[in-house]
Design a protein around this ligand. Structure first.
Ligand SMILES: C[S@@+](CC[C@H](N)C(=O)[O-])C[C@H]1O[C@@H](n2cnc3c(N)ncnc32)[C@H](O)[C@@H]1O
Length: 323
């Protein structure tokens, strides 16, 4: 069933904006790919630094993000949008004859503020809305549909794997029991079931990094990551970036939780290290054939940025250069 696309007045503050622009090392006539357009905060800032022959290609799987991007596409011939997952990167770049010619690839992972703040999208336990959580609501199963069919073991596995939720089993059993009584349709219903399944009031009020975390935080994160296949998509795109980037082209990735960052960190480490040789074989560094060179250390938002936009507090940016 097609979901109606509606316009909401919510905006998205681009995270680490000056740091992203510096990391991309923008060439006025370069080719850039924004794999996660959102509302185009990063894209617009890159466009401001590009000359007339520069180009940006963007991806987003969310129809509302694509609708916002289409307005920009009409207004600026240097920009084009593809409504697809970013796992199509290599295919789309090859179509344009840009293999090995791209000067920068940006991935600003996760969900956007408009997705979180629009109750109808069902991503947040802060607002009551339909239990959806799909970045593309016209594709795949909603959270409500999946939960109504899943077993307690399957739910617990998702909560543990993608949310590192300590009380995954209890919560999963409570969800299955609730689904046997009634239809699970809304974000508030789910948040209440999770809160009631958590063991003690002290847990309910637990403070992480100075912030009180709602007991449903980890479960909502886990379901969203699972339903949108977020880690699989990331694992698919990372090797493709090596084929599309030009020599000295930049790869800039912003992650928002440790599972994502772990995947990125390992990928960069392996590409910097190069080919695997048995430890007793003497090899020169050239023969290792490294694919990336790490640029600096991971970058975190400043205290001032977090104060202005607390959502960015868990962001971590890694930068690497094709070599
Ligand atoms: C954090 S927001 C990006 C915000 C953007 N940088 C800005 O400044 O407005 C992430 C966006 O990426 C999209 N997205 C996440 N995973 C995706 C994927 N695998 N393929 C395509 N788009 C994806 C989401 O729909 C969301 O709009």
């Amino acid at each position: 069933m097609m979901t109606t696309i509606m316009q909401y007045p919510f905006s998205h503050q681009p995270v680490l904006l000056p740091e992203v622009l510096e990391a991309l090392n923008i060439q006025p006539y370069g080719i850039y790919i924004d794999c996660t357009f959102g509302r185009g905060g990063h894209t617009r800032a890159v466009l401001n630094r590009l000359g007339t022959a520069g180009q940006i290609l963007a991806f987003d799987q969310d129809p509302e993000a694509v609708q916002a991007a289409q307005a920009l596409e009409l207004a600026d011939p240097r920009f084009s949008i593809i409504h697809s997952t970013f796992a199509q990167l290599a295919q789309q770049v090859e179509k344009r004859g840009w293999f090995g010619k791209v000067d920068g690839v940006l991935l600003d992972l996760g969900v956007s503020s408009p997705q979180l703040d629009t109750p109808a999208r069902g991503f947040s336990f802060m607002h009551d809305g339909p239990l959806d959580m799909r970045m593309n609501p016209n594709h795949g199963e909603s959270a409500g549909e999946w939960l109504s069919k899943a077993t307690a073991n399957e739910i617990a596995e998702v909560l543990k794997t993608y949310g590192e939720e300590r009380y995954a089993r209890r919560i999963a059993r409570a969800i299955v029991a609730a689904c046997q009584q009634t239809e699970l349709n809304t974000t508030h219903q789910l948040a209440e079931i999770i809160t009631a399944a958590c063991p003690s009031p002290s847990f309910r009020k637990r403070k992480v990094k100075g912030v009180f975390k709602h007991p449903a935080t980890r479960s909502f994160q886990a379901l969203r990551i699972f339903l949108n296949r977020e880690l699989e998509q990331l694992q698919q795109i990372l090797p493709q970036t090596l084929d599309v980037l030009a020599l000295r082209g930049r790869l800039v990735i912003i992650s928002f939780h440790s599972l994502e960052d772990r995947v990125v960190k390992r990928f960069v480490r392996d590409c910097v290290r190069g080919d695997d040789f048995p430890p007793d074989v003497p090899v020169t560094s050239d023969a290792l054939h490294p694919r990336l060179h790490a640029i600096g250390k991971p970058i975190f938002p400043s205290v001032a940025e977090v104060a202005k936009n607390p959502r960015v507090r868990s962001a971590i940016m890694r930068v690497a250069e094709r070599c």
